[in-house]
Design a protein around this ligand. Structure first.
Ligand code: GSH
Length: 223
């Protein structure tokens, strides 16, 4: 029996694509549930492993800590080439794979630091906070639209094989401004994320870690 990994994560969070990748690879892992956006008690759970107090953070069986969702996904995919979750380093798809694996956290995911708590940049004024919510939602949609115009998906974003990029986009596109808006600005990528949502290998996993309840595609939608 392989020694388990420990993943600091939370339902519906940026840890979920990491959990999905580990599920597909078949790696044993234990979850420390830490929905950090809920406040200091939850942040305290992860502070010892990630000074930014953010999830995901992965502790490997060897005792190494890896933070940053994209780094964890790339590391897992590269360590497990048999799972075919990334184009090989010499694949012609590798450049675009790395490009979008960095684009998602740099251009989109990073905006959730302020979206989750607009007072971090906007102070206490509710009007300023509302403007930040609207402006960041528009920026996120612009970024998805830009990506949409630059990719030529097959069954998946880079062709006909599912990679960790598909898992990543399937999860991040469910956050505000939510999937209905994503479908409007990214119709080609919409087909891909719906295919990932419906992957039978992940059905039980999604049910447990990011369920598709009635109205999920628009719930909490803001702009
Ligand atoms: N760059 C980090 C961002 C991680 C992140 O923002 N995680 C969120 C949860 S999905 C979090 O922990 N937020 C709490 C905070 O930033 O205070 C990554 O890609 O892993």
């Amino acid at each position: 029996m392989e020694k388990p990994f420990t993943l600091f994560s939370a339902l519906g969070s940026g840890g979920v694509p990491v959990e999905a990748a580990m599920t597909l690879i078949g790696l044993p892992y234990a979850i420390v549930e830490a929905p950090t956006w809920e406040g200091e008690a939850e942040q305290a759970k992860v502070a010892g492993v990630n000074p930014l107090k953010q999830i995901p953070a992965l502790l490997t069986p060897e005792g190494e800590t890896i933070t940053e969702s994209a780094a964890i996904l790339l590391w897992l995919a590269d360590r497990h080439p048999e799972a075919r979750l990334a184009p090989a380093p010499d694949s012609p798809l590798r450049g675009q794979f790395l490009r979008w694996m960095v684009f998602v956290p740099a251009a989109i995911y990073s905006l959730f630091w302020v979206r989750d708590d607009p007072s971090r940049l906007g102070g206490p004024d509710p009007e300023v906070q509302a403007r930040i919510k609207t402006a960041t939602a528009e920026r996120i949609l612009d970024c998805w639209g830009m990506m949409e115009r630059q990719v030529s998906p097959g069954r998946y974003l880079l062709g006909d094989e599912l990679t960790v990029l598909d898992l990543y986009v399937a999860v991040v596109s469910r956050w505000g401004p939510r999937r209905v808006r994503f479908y409007e600005v990214a119709p080609k990528m919409a087909e891909v994320v719906k295919r990932v949502d419906a992957d039978p290998r992940l059905a039980a996993f999604w049910e447990k870690r990011f369920p598709f309840f009635d109205g999920w595609e628009r719930l909490g939608q803001q702009v």
